[in-house]
Design a protein around this ligand. Structure first.
Ligand SMILES: Cc1cc2nc3c(=O)[nH]c(=O)nc-3n(C[C@H](O)[C@H](O)[C@H](O)COP(=O)(O)O)c2cc1C
Length: 169
């Protein structure tokens, strides 16, 4: 596998911890983590394999740092032909109508830019009413739910990272 970058936005630290766990589940020597607060356009354009992860705030709003990153960097970067996987944190019990919406917002912002999305995840077992991240019977990436127990999230993460190993460059 070629090097992988993980760009995360996190307000209270949940998504940052998950980014570290995803790195540990992949090949750690190949993975570099970037906090989007400090990321530059060159950081993202250097990689062929990119993982984007952030939480949802408000009711269906992108995490604040990630929103700035999306507007100022992500949509301006040349991402043609790059493999992109998305994960998102959220809470299906407190926010069942906007569960992990951030993933769908990122997906829509990058559609049409020639990227190759990987890492879709089945909605089976998740309890929510609606999500911008759901297309058909799948999520555009991996949602990790504050409302699921740790073992469940660990299992989902390990299934997802195994999938990425076979779908990234
Ligand atoms: C004020 C507030 C609004 C939130 N809104 C949503 C939401 O609309 N959808 C969702 O799935 N989760 C929502 N959440 C849950 C967070 O996304 C979740 O706690 C996440 O793990 C936080 O990650 P972070 O610490 O990396 O920012 C909200 C949490 C708070 C405190």
């Amino acid at each position: 596998m070629k090097p992988i970058s993980i760009f995360y936005g996190s307000t209270s630290g949940n998504t940052r911890k998950i980014a570290e766990n995803i790195k540990a589940n992949l090949e750690p020597g190949l993975v570099k983590i970037f906090d989007v607060k400090y990321a530059k356009i060159e950081d993202i354009e250097m990689y062929e394999n990119i993982i984007l992860g952030t939480s949802t705030w408000g009711e269906g709003i992108l995490q604040a740092d990630f929103e700035k990153f999306l507007i100022n960097i992500l949509v301006k970067a040349n991402l043609k032909g790059k493999k992109i996987a998305i994960f998102g944190t959220g809470d299906s019990s407190l926010y069942p109508k906007s569960f992990a919406d951030s993933m769908g917002i990122i997906f829509e912002a990058l559609e049409g830019k020639g990227v190759i999305f990987v890492g879709e995840f089945p909605t089976d077992g998740y309890q929510f009413i609606s999500s911008l991240s759901m297309f058909g019977d799948k999520f555009v990436g991996l949602p990790l739910d504050d409302n699921s127990d740790e073992e469940q999230n660990k299992l989902r993460m390990s299934i997802w990272t195994e999938l990425l190993k076979s779908s990234l460059n």
